[in-house]
Design a protein around this ligand. Structure first.
Ligand SMILES: [Zn+2]
Length: 185
């Protein structure tokens, strides 16, 4: 009987069936939605805040606090939970995408992989002198860890040991910038 009722509500072959439920971002402002989407991809509240909001006049610490404040809001937590449930299906981050991604890395220009000692190091201009990434590198590292987690799940191995790359230093690494005079490295 329960089955009949369910069928009446959601015809299994109806193309609209998977989209009957509310969107994950219902109740969020546009900026909050961008914040959540960025956080979902990069898992760093400070960088998500800087990406989604106008932060020209804000210090790094202010962004960090605002990012943490947003992440603690109940409706943001609900939206993120829903976003995680959707997972890669909605964003194309699936196994085929990951594989394609690694192909791209394999064919990277070798000139980019050598001769890095041109100017500043990774810690010179990173925020709080944290490790500073190029966006593509960061995405590659993130994809690599996600891939390892996918494999571990498939093999029923523990996933607690996997660590996502730390984005605290930001994504704006530019090897041709001059070294920072008080770089810790
Ligand atoms: Zn340095």
């Amino acid at each position: 009987m329960g089955r009949r009722k369910h069928t009446a509500l959601l015809p299994p072959d109806s193309p609209a069936a998977p989209y009957v439920s509310a969107a994950w971002h219902d109740g969020l402002t546009d900026k909050q939605r961008v914040f959540c989407e960025h956080y979902y991809r990069y898992r760093n509240g400070t960088q998500a805040y800087k990406f989604a909001f106008d932060v020209v006049k804000m210090t790094y610490d202010m962004c960090r606090q605002e990012g943490a404040r947003l992440l603690a809001l109940p409706h943001i937590q609900v939206a993120l939970k829903e976003r995680y449930k959707l997972g890669s299906a909605e964003t194309g981050v699936d196994i085929a995408w990951l594989l394609n991604h690694f192909m791209t890395i394999a064919m990277a220009d070798p000139r980019e992989l050598i001769g890095l000692k041109v100017g500043c190091c990774r810690f010179c201009w990173g925020e709080g002198h944290g490790y500073q990434w190029r966006e593509r590198e960061y995405l590659e590292q993130l994809a690599k860890v996600e891939w390892e987690i996918v494999c571990a799940r498939r093999d029923r191995q523990p996933i607690e040991g996997f660590r996502y790359p730390d984005l605290a230093g930001g994504l704006d690494y530019n090897a041709t910038a001059p070294p920072h005079p008080s770089c810790p490295q």
